[in-house]
Design a protein around this ligand. Structure first.
Ligand code: 11C
Length: 344
């Protein structure tokens, strides 16, 4: 029987992607939708300005949207996917966890908290064990698990594939799609013939989240990886798909063939939303490209290419669909991992 799940922040850009990915889903059944006050009491069809590339599922369209409040969510809902704005997430997610709900959240609040697992299942599924620490320290019956920022998710799996060579320094420059800014953010038309060399606190997220993801959990405490990471983030007029240029300096020499082999053979997981292969490596120097490659593995794969040796280490480009692999799909995959591990 499918687990009953809810979506917090169901009308936003990532909330809509969540609904698209969850209906249908063999393991989950949508049973609750919440949003801000202006949507309360409306049907989902009335409340959402639906913009994703498939129709609203019929059963979801007629569901009533409620306030984002634990009292409004049925008790038999075991798992909540959260795509709330981070300030709202910070205010309400702990209350849901205290009320016994397991929350798989894409919101950026609490990602760096010591007792909150920040998880890409193919990279650090073992960090889920931090939930024992969380339960001891916070006394929650529920739990809070986060997925990283979309531009972090794009390059960290490639670093995980190269970890055996001992990563010392990483430089990453991002070319980020406008959908990352959400519906109220910058639109593609506004930046046609332009690029914006700054995105809020994005650089800090890449630098800190990547070190947490590649850190080690000893059963009591998580140690962040010691590699140094420097990021530079740019908004470009692409609709979906973040492209990144990465330079990696390693302790041991790594040839192009070895790096490509390590990425291509990096394992996916036996979870529904984990694609096989996880990382596609292109020989052609002009791939990956957002429009051609963002839907690989149903939008859940990472694409890499343009591998070359440089005076600054191994250089390559990588790409992921930012609202699927980088956001909604990342939360769904964490939900599948939570289910697999008996947390729901
Ligand atoms: C962007 N990466 O492309 C941002 C959006 O921390 O989840 C996602 C923000 C986050 O603008």
């Amino acid at each position: 029987m499918a687990a009953r799940v809810g979506v917090l922040g169901a009308t936003g850009a990532v909330g809509q992607r969540l609904i698209q990915l969850l209906d249908p889903h063999p393991e989950f059944e949508i049973a609750a939708l919440t949003a801000s006050e202006s949507s309360e009491g409306k049907t989902y069809r009335q409340a959402a300005k639906w913009r994703v590339d498939s129709p609203i599922p019929d059963d979801v369209a007629e569901m009533t949207v409620t306030a984002t409040d634990p009292d409004e969510v049925p008790d038999d809902v075991g798992l909540l996917f959260s795509s709330l704005p981070s300030s709202v997430g910070a205010a309400v997610e702990p209350g849901f966890c205290e009320a016994g709900y397991v929350v798989s959240s894409n919101s950026s609040n609490a990602r760096m908290a010591d007792d909150v697992p920040l998880v890409i299942p193919e990279v650090n599924a073992d960090h889920l064990d931090l939930l024992e620490v969380q339960r001891d320290e916070r006394g929650w019956d529920g739990a809070l698990v986060k997925n990283p920022n979309c531009s972090t998710i794009t390059f960290v799996p490639t670093l995980a594939a190269l970890a055996e060579y001992g990563i010392e320094k990483v430089h990453v420059a991002t070319l980020q799609a406008v959908s990352g800014a959400g519906y109220d953010g910058v639109s593609s038309m506004e930046i046609i013939d332009n690029a914006i060399p700054h995105i809020g606190s994005e650089e800090d997220k890449l630098e800190t989240e990547s070190r947490k993801l590649l850190g080690e959990f000893d059963g009591a405490e998580l140690t962040h990886d010691e590699m140094s990471v420097s990021a530079s983030c740019n908004r470009i007029p692409t609709i979906d798909g973040h492209l990144e240029n990465v330079w990696v300096e390693t302790e041991e020499d790594v040839s192009i063939a070895e790096a490509a082999g390590a990425m291509e053979s990096y394992p996916s997981l036996d979870l529904r939303s984990s694609p096989d292969p996880l990382i596609h490596v292109f020989d052609a120097p002009d791939r990956p490209q957002p429009r051609m490659d963002r839907t690989l593995g149903d939008g859940m794969a990472i694409a890499a290419g343009g591998l070359q040796e440089t005076p600054f280490g191994l250089q390559y480009n990588c790409l992921a669909h930012n609202t699927i692999r980088g956001a909604a799909g990342a939360s769904v995959l964490n939900g599948e991992l939570l289910l697999e591990n008996g947390y729901i």
